[in-house]
Write a new protein. Structure first.
Length: 160
């Protein structure tokens, strides 16, 4: 049995209320925001709930970067989100890593995450996503993001 929502708090409520095999969480655990980290993901591990992450590009902004017209939560990104994404992207660039590459690697690193659900419109987008997942990300990138307060200190990151 499973459930899919876009609120980590709802996942916690469901997990505490019953037995679930899988939960899909959209947009609440990403390189941009880690709201599911303190409570839901540890609970998922404890209860052996496989987590499927969707919306890991936060409606596109982690795929496109902080460009004019970038979307976050299905609407134009507000200035504070654009600024945060620009800072994350700058750290990625300094390590020779594409922003969406880091976004995918980060999400896959949490031990509760069983899979990442990516939407793609064209075969080229599928190929791009597969290529991004296959590329390694330097450990120093994660350290720099944490040092700049752009990533939760407790967030698991990929091993080098």
């Amino acid at each position: 049995m499973g459930v899919g929502v876009n609120e980590a708090e709802m996942c916690v409520r469901f997990a505490r209320a019953g037995d679930f095999d899988v939960m899909m969480l959209a947009g609440r655990y990403s390189l941009l925001e880690q709201g599911a980290l303190p409570e839901f993901l540890p609970l998922a591990l404890e209860k052996k709930i496989a987590v499927m992450l969707a919306g890991v590009f936060n409606s596109g902004i982690l795929a496109t970067g902080a460009k004019p017209g970038a979307f976050y939560n299905y609407k134009p990104a507000p200035p504070e989100v654009l600024a945060r994404v620009a800072r994350i992207a700058a750290v990625c660039t300094s390590h020779g890593v594409a922003l969406p590459q880091a976004a995918l690697a980060f999400c896959a690193a949490h031990p509760a995450v069983a899979t990442i659900v990516l939407g793609a419109v064209t075969p080229q987008e599928v190929a791009r996503n597969l290529d991004l997942v296959a590329r390694p990300v330097p450990a120093a990138l994660w350290s720099d993001l944490k040092a700049q307060g752009l990533l939760a200190e407790a967030a698991p990151v990929p091993e080098a």
